[in-house]
Write a protein that binds this ligand. Structure first.
Ligand SMILES: *[C@@H]1O[C@H](CO)[C@@H](O)[C@H](O)[C@H]1NC(C)=O
Ligand SMILES: *[C@@H]1O[C@H](CO)[C@@H](O)[C@H](O)[C@H]1NC(C)=O
Ligand SMILES: *[C@@H]1O[C@H](CO)[C@@H](O)[C@H](O)[C@H]1NC(C)=O
Ligand SMILES: *[C@@H]1O[C@H](CO)[C@@H](O)[C@H](O)[C@H]1NC(C)=O
Ligand SMILES: *[C@@H]1O[C@H](CO)[C@@H](O)[C@H](O)[C@H]1NC(C)=O
Ligand SMILES: *[C@@H]1O[C@H](CO)[C@@H](O)[C@H](O)[C@H]1NC(C)=O
Length: 595
């Protein structure tokens, strides 16, 4: 999707499309292409607002930012292959660092029918957000806003001076069948003084370690990216397969005492639907492409070729995927702010503190063409030392145990991928803060099952990922801090399809997707726990032709619940037929929001 590789055309208003359906089904694809334009005769010029039904606002309503800066404003019309949009940025003079909070706001509109696209924003070459654009189903266009707490990137914003750049990439093709032009505004809101915590850290990541155990943002962020990025610019590293691990050469300050690698990712072309992949080479998926590798992927990083940690990515469902009518006007979990993944590599600092360049690589296990990755190396430096010492004490990294099993009798059958693993890294860093040992422990249990029945007409996908990551910090034999993040992410998709006339396929789908994250933070003898449950249930139908939806309907129930010692926040949003039917947020998790 998203780049110029999308199979998805677009979706449009049901009534008009019924008309297209009757004209396309007897004459095949060429008829489809020409009649497809019909639905652009505006049925309505009302612009539709898309929303992320999951998160409370990043900007606390009761608090005004000290200052707000519109850093980039751009229309993306015909931008495939052109360099990304770049703007100079100067730190606002009346708004000096330090800031208690910085919030990035992306404000988008699209003028007409368009495909879903991937976009990203970089500050001085370091990615700060990756996002997808919804599929506007009405010619009236659409608009939406994305807020992200970017306080952890403060060092990039603070050091900008007058030499800083903000870059945004959104490859769009405004051909006649998809005339939609995207308009985007990128703004930064700077807060000083006390700022109430409006919402927890970003989903699906170990970000709480940064906010909790590592309260202060990093002193320095080094991008792990490519100056002339993949696919025509934008700093991305392209990963084509399992054995392809692009790397960047990085030299870090010799007084670094803590390091975290943050990985951003999105998946495209053959791996766009990796999470529904069967294990079989010749399987023709419901979207008509052969996808072999099963439904397991792992993002990981290496230092000079040595594995230093990984995460199984959360399956973000793109706005055009499965049934685009599920994602209008709500988005799938994480689609507006694709989760990034943190790897605490402090135990490995002994390998990096020699003042020499080292290769930091990023890879995707079991990947197919292609993934777009980038990384940020967050570094904390000891201002009271010129050089700190460090050593790796324990490195236990047995490869994940992966069991693959497939049984097919064309076109039916089933396949399964199970993965399990336990890794443990430990290392000490001796700085002005003392001789501190950091231990990272991660346990993973993953299962993906795909079953196809009734001569290919019924497909069931089930996936569950359970991951427990613990980072413990000890001085001598005394543990001084510990953060534990437990993630469970189940996904179920059931699709039954019936062949319609003219080569079209009518598909009925039910979907259940959830992200549960529990964070236990143990610091200075104080213990705190937070939990997040983000769930979506959707069902609906879509008529596909040539891999593109031409008619459809869908209803989606979303519920987002966050709880810690002081707060409980519950939001429930039900959408059906392209409109929000119910949207209630309860700051006390009272029953009214759970209708
Ligand atoms: C929408 O349509 C109405 C009626 O045709 C027209 O008056 C109005 O100017 C249109 N608005 C936009 C934004 O095009
Ligand atoms: C696409 O956008 C470009 C640049 O704005 C413009 O010149 C061109 O006419 C547009 N094409 C269509 C089909 O709207
Ligand atoms: C940014 O600043 C540089 C020099 O400071 C200048 O050459 C360049 O034209 C500026 N770019 C924009 C988009 O204003
Ligand atoms: C971007 O900002 C300008 C100026 O404030 C405003 O006119 C425009 O509507 C904004 N565009 C979007 C997509 O928010
Ligand atoms: C993996 O991708 C790299 C880079 O595109 C390519 O050079 C290599 O041949 C690929 N390997 C396999 C086994 O396909
Ligand atoms: C730090 O502690 C580790 C054991 O915990 C020890 O092996 C190492 O030598 C110590 N480093 C320094 C510089 O004292």
């Amino acid at each position: 999707m998203h780049l110029n590789h999308s199979h998805l055309r677009s979706a449009a208003a049901p009534l008009i499309l019924l008309f297209i359906f009757t004209s396309l089904c007897f004459s095949g694809a060429s008829c489809f292409t020409s009649s497809f334009k019909l639905h652009q005769v505006p049925a309505t010029n009302v612009s539709l607002e898309f929303l992320d039904p999951t998160l409370p606002p990043a900007i606390p309503r009761e608090t005004n930012p000290k200052c707000s800066v519109l850093v980039l404003q751009r229309d993306f019309a015909d931008t495939v292959g052109s360099p990304p949009a770049t703007a100079n940025y100067t730190q606002p003079p009346d708004c000096p660092a330090p800031w208690t909070r910085v919030v990035l706001e992306l404000s988008f509109s699209v003028s007409d029918v368009q495909r879903d696209r991937v976009a990203a924003v970089w500050v001085n070459g370091a990615e700060v957000i990756r996002t997808t654009t919804p599929v506007p189903t009405f010619p009236g266009g659409a608009f939406w806003k994305v807020h992200k707490d970017v306080t952890r990137y403060t060092s990039l914003l603070r050091h900008l001076g007058d030499a800083g750049t903000v870059t945004m990439r959104l490859e769009n093709s405004n051909v006649t069948s998809f005339p939609g032009v995207f308009s985007a505004n990128v703004s930064l809101h700077f807060y000083r003084g006390a700022v109430p915590v409006a919402r927890p850290a970003t989903i699906g990541t170990a970000h709480p370690t940064v906010k909790g155990l590592y309260r202060e943002p990093a002193d320095l962020i080094i991008p792990i990216s490519c100056e002339k990025g993949a696919e025509g610019g934008g700093f991305w590293l392209l990963v084509n397969n399992d054995s392809h691990v692009p790397a960047a050469s990085v030299t870090i300050p010799r007084n670094t005492y803590r390091a975290v690698i943050e990985i951003f990712s999105s998946y495209h072309a053959d791996d766009e639907f990796w999470y529904t992949n069967p294990l079989r080479s010749s399987f023709q998926g419901q979207l008509g492409t052969s996808r072999a590798n099963g439904g397991f992927r792992q993002l990981y990083a290496t230092i000079d070729g040595k594995f230093v940690g990984g995460h199984i990515p959360f399956a973000v469902i793109y706005p055009g995927s499965i049934n685009p009518y599920f994602w209008s006007p709500v988005t799938a979990i994480g689609a507006f702010d694709i989760p990034s993944y943190d790897l605490d590599i402090t135990p490995f600092l002994g390998l990096l503190l020699d003042g020499q360049p080292h290769e930091i690589g990023l890879g995707v296990k079991d990947s197919q063409p292609y993934w777009l990755l980038s990384g940020n190396l967050h570094l904390w430096v000891d201002a009271w030392s010129d050089v700190v010492e460090a050593g790796l004490v324990e490195y236990s990294s047995p490869p994940l145990q992966i069991n693959r099993h497939a049984e097919w009798r064309n076109p039916d059958g089933q396949s399964e991928v199970n993965a399990e693993g336990l890794i443990r890294f430990s290392g000490w860093v001796s700085s002005s803060k003392g001789n501190i040992t950091t231990t990272v422990r991660q346990k993973v249990k993953f299962k993906s099952q795909v079953e196809v029945q009734n001569r290919g007409a019924v497909k069931q996908v089930e996936m569950t990922n359970k991951e427990r990551t613990t980072v413990a910090v000890a001085k001598g034999h005394q543990t001084v801090g510990r953060v534990q993040v437990f993630i469970e992410a189940p996904l179920q998709v059931q699709t039954s399809s019936v062949n319609a006339i003219g080569g079209a396929v009518f598909e009925k789908t039910r979907l259940y997707h959830q992200l549960q994250e529990i964070v236990n933070l143990n610091e200075n003898m104080a213990v705190s726990t937070s939990s997040l449950t983000d769930r979506q249930d959707a069902e609906g139908s879509v008529l596909m032709h040539d891999g593109a939806p031409v008619w459809g309907s869908g209803s989606t129930r979303s519920s987002y619940k966050y709880r810690d010692e002081n707060t409980c926040y519950l939001r429930t949003v039900n959408a059906a037929g392209g409109v929000v039917k119910f949207d209630v947020a309860s700051p006390q998790c009272s029953a009214v929001a759970s209708a």
